[in-house]
Structure formats: structure tokens, C-alpha cells
Ligand binder design. Structure first.
Ligand code: KIV
Length: 289
């Protein structure tokens, strides 16, 4: 075996469970394909920094998405539309540095791939070379198939994203559920088949009726990753700030909050301020002499 040959571990799709399974290397597209074969469901979380990504990686989350939801969940914008390639490269590089095992997927942001397959390739290469991610995600079904094909031919693993595509928020007039009614359902199925045919290794289904998402999942050989798409998909993704209770105000109906970090951090900040006001902090054990 020469220095550039894959190791036996890299060569083999893992048969161990994806969640917390093999830890000696990163999760690959082959592991995800094998999980679909054996009917193992898996979780994906977004991450936008090294610290948080490290927590999820240590917990065993097999795939982390540096989503362009960083726009509204991390960078203070109202939507994902303003997010730039430079921002995605910086955030993705941090997530890669903070993790050892998870597959890191990075979003191609709005305006970074819609012009042409060549533009998609140029920017996907930036995410792989400058940030070190293992795969990219882009929005669109039939309309993005040519770009997916070129990326896959060039060796870039692509996760597709259909149903509600948040980069089109202004064209959609908000974030409505997609795929309702016969024509919309048929279009979603066509989109799913088009991205699979183009070579995508997985597809996100966002905000679609559960029955339709289950039907798509049955008809595809690649894993489906649901968000607001019911229980019938192969995997589930949540935005970390939603699932951990960091988001201010209402969260979408499909979110389950597994923690209340906003309340915990707010309380910690109030206690700290009170200790400073009263002189209780710093105490002797926090003090040098
Ligand atoms: O940007 C993002 O976080 C996403 C998920 C909602 C799938 O695309």
C-alpha cells in the first residue's frame, strides 16, 4: 500500500451503526448508502463553529451541515439570501477543524451556483480545498441537475435539497409547505428522481407532507433527509439553534427542542452580573496573590 492508497478502514463501508460507530475515520457517502440498505435511520445537525461542532461530533452525530441557515441562525441576517461564499468558507473551515469523525457537508449559498455548472464547480472546489469539507449541498431538483452531474463527475459528493428551498424565500413569498396537491406532488417526485439520476448521494426534503416524503423515500435508492417531512424519511436534520432552544421567539412546528440553552445562558449572565455587583465574584479561589 503506498502513501496515497486508501487504508482498509477507508476502503470499507462501515457495518457498525452510524451514530457513534467507527471513530477512526470520517463518515463517508458509502457509510450512508450502507445505512439505507440496512434500514438504519440517522441524524444530522447544523453547526457553524468549531466548539459546537466538536460537541456534536463527540456525541456521535454522523453528519454535520454547515448550512447557509448560518445567515439567520448565526450571523444575524433575516434570511439565508445574504450569505456569501467567503462566510461559508470561514464557517466550514472552523467546523472541519473542530471535528474528527462526522462527514461535514457545506451549503453553496444563494448566487454561488445558479449561474452555471462551471460556477457551481468553482465554488464547490473552494469549499473542499479551502475549508476541507467532505461534501456540498445545493438547492433545487430538475433545475440543478446539470450542476449536480458536473460536480459528481469531478469527484464532489453532492447532497441535494428539494421541497421548500429557503434561498427562494422571496419568490415563494415566505416558507410555505411544498408538494401539496397532485401537480406539486408529481413535481417533487420528478425533482427527487432528477437529483438521484444526476448522482446526488442524499437529498434533503424540507417542509413536505409526511405521506409524500415517505413515498419519495421508498422510490429512491439514496437516503432522504427530512426536515418538516414526517417520520418516513431515512434521516432527520434540525438546525442546532432550534433543537437546543437558542432561537428567540417561536420555532417552526416541526422542531422539537431538546434543551433550553437560551434560558440557561441568560440565567448564567444574570447571576454573573449580580455576583459582580455584590462583590461575590471574584472569590478568593479565583484570585492570584
Ligand atoms: O441551511 C440549512 O440549515 C439547511 C437545513 C435546514 C437543511 O439547509
Amino acid at each position: 500500500m503506498n502513501a496515497s492508497s486508501p487504508s482498509p478502514a477507508q476502503n470499507q463501508a462501515s457495518t457498525a451503526t452510524l451514530y457513534g460507530g467507527v471513530t477512526s475515520r470520517r463518515v463517508t457517502v458509502r457509510d450512508l448508502a450502507a445505512a439505507k440498505q440496512r434500514g438504519e435511520k440517522w441524524s444530522m445537525l447544523t453547526a457553524y463553529d468549531a466548539l459546537t461542532a466538536g460537541v456534536f461530533d463527540e456525541a456521535g452525530t454522523p453528519v454535520l451541515l454547515v448550512g447557509d441557515s448560518a445567515g439567520n441562525c448565526h450571523l444575524g441576517y433575516e434570511t439565508t439570501v445574504p450569505v456569501t461564499m467567503d462566510q461559508m468558507v470561514m464557517l466550514s473551515a472552523a467546523v472541519v477543524r473542530g471535528t474528527k469523525r462526522a462527514m461535514i457537508v457545506a451549503d453553496l449559498p444563494f448566487g454561488s451556483y445558479q449561474e452555471s455548472p462551471a460556477q457551481a464547480m468553482h465554488n464547490a472546489a473552494r469549499l473542499m480545498k479551502e475549508a476541507g469539507v467532505g461534501a456540498v449541498k445545493l438547492e433545487g431538483g430538475e433545475r440543478s441537475a446539470r450542476s449536480i452531474e458536473l460536480l459528481v463527475e469531478a469527484g464532489v459528493p453532492v447532497m441535494a435539497h428539494i421541497g421548500l428551498t429557503p434561498q427562494s424565500v422571496h419568490a415563494l413569498g415566505g416558507y410555505p409547505v411544498q408538494g401539496r396537491g397532485d401537480e406539486a406532488a408529481h413535481q417533487l417526485l420528478r425533482d427527487a428522481k432528477a437529483v438521484q439520476q444526476a448522482g446526488a448521494f442524499a437529498v434533503v426534503l424540507e417542509a413536505v407532507p409526511a405521506e409524500l416524503a415517505a413515498q419519495v423515500t421508498e422510490q429512491l435508492a439514496i437516503p432522504t433527509v427530512g426536515i418538516g417531512a414526517g417520520v418516513g424519511t431515512d434521516a432527520q436534520v434540525l438546525v442546532w439553534t432550534d433543537f437546543a432552544g437558542m432561537t428567540a421567539g417561536r420555532v417552526p412546528k416541526f422542531v422539537k427542542q431538546y434543551a433550553n440553552l437560551r434560558a440557561v445562558l441568560g440565567e448564567a449572565a444574570r447571576e454573573f452580573a449580580e455576583d459582580v455587583r455584590s462583590g461575590a465574584f471574584p472569590a478568593p479561589e479565583h484570585t492570584f496573590h
